[in-house]
Design a protein around this ligand. Structure first.
Ligand SMILES: [Zn+2]
Length: 309
């Protein structure tokens, strides 16, 4: 659907929406399900959270819907991943929302990337030949639980600023999440410990923060360049490199075609693993902690089978 017709439908719906009584809860919209999950952890029943992208969708390419404009129109706060992840679809949505509260730089706009650890910040000039490279660094930073904790802290501070009467409530919810996350991290670290230094291949560059956190080594990508579909010549090179370095596991995001990864795995005697890059990417990943539970356990099981450790 064209953005113009989406706006027309949304505007028609808005006139109905405005007659509903306003609720006391802070209305929050997030671009991704991960930010939504973290907002729910911190906000509890003092916030109402909706997210645009589903966890099984590619967050670089999200189809705008009239319901998105409605949500954006009514929101007190918009939380974005930033680092240009949403550059292809979010800016027109913000403009069409006609909501001054959530415009870029306004008090109701939170870029979750501002105080987290960002990897792959390119040095030197970026050209189109490099593919869909993000000049502000890799935007898939939420896949490190340390960053998840920092995002939750930024959300706590923003909620407290917008709803000062609930500051103690948000602080308590954050502290509870922080503890549960720390306990879970100990478990994940123990599960992944035997596989430190194991080499893997991933489809897209979605996992640099994840592999750094758990000590794995990515030796190549199914995509020849970020955002560019597999090519026969790149695939052959990748197969050679995987054979040379004895790499057996290929991580694939749920929104990519499995045909090329599967044929690579067949060539090298390896295994394709579909992991969830986001909450909702698989039915088991219902919140931020179960997302890592699923990914860590699924990956460790595959690494155990392929490395014999
Ligand atoms: Zn990406």
């Amino acid at each position: 659907m064209k953005i113009k017709s989406i706006v027309a439908i949304a505007l028609a719906l808005m006139s109905f929406a405005s007659v509903q009584p306003a609720s006391a809860a802070l209305k929050v919209v997030t671009t991704t399900a991960d930010l939504g999950a973290l907002a729910k952890e911190v906000g509890g029943d003092k916030v109402q959270v909706d997210s645009f992208a589903k966890g099984y969708q590619d967050p670089h390419f999200v189809e705008p819907k009239p319901s998105f404009i409605l949500l954006a129109n009514k929101a007190d706060l918009l939380i974005v991943v930033g680092r240009e992840l949403e550059i292809g679809w979010l800016p027109p949505l913000i403009t069409s929302s006609r909501n001054s509260k959530i415009q870029t730089g306004a008090a109701g706009y939170l870029d979750a990337s501002s105080n987290v650890k960002i990897l792959e910040i390119p040095t030197g000039q970026i050209t189109r030949a490099m593919g869909d490279v993000h000049p502000a660094g890799n935007p898939h930073y939420w896949l490190d639980p340390g960053n998840g904790r920092k995002i939750a802290a930024a959300i706590r501070d923003k909620f407290s600023e917008l709803s000062p009467a609930d500051k103690a409530y948000f602080a308590q919810r954050y502290s509870d999440f922080d503890k549960r996350l720390a306990d879970a991290e100990k478990k994940w670290d123990a599960t992944m410990a035997p596989y430190k230094g194991t080499k893997i291949v991933t489809y897209h560059r979605s996992w640099p923060n994840f592999v750094e956190r758990f000590g794995l080594d990515v030796i190549g990508y199914v995509e020849p360049k970020p955002g560019i579909p597999p090519s026969p010549s790149h695939t052959l090179e990748l197969i050679d490199e995987m054979k040379r370095q004895n790499v057996k596991v290929i991580l694939v995001e749920p929104y990519f075609d499995l045909k090329t990864p599967q044929s690579i795995a067949n060539q090298v005697g390896g295994k394709v693993l579909v992991l969830a890059p986001s909450v909702g990417g698989t039915k088991e990943a219902t919140d931020y902690i179960t997302l890592f539970d699923y990914d860590v356990n699924t990956l460790a099981t595959a690494l155990k089978a392929t490395t014999g450790k």
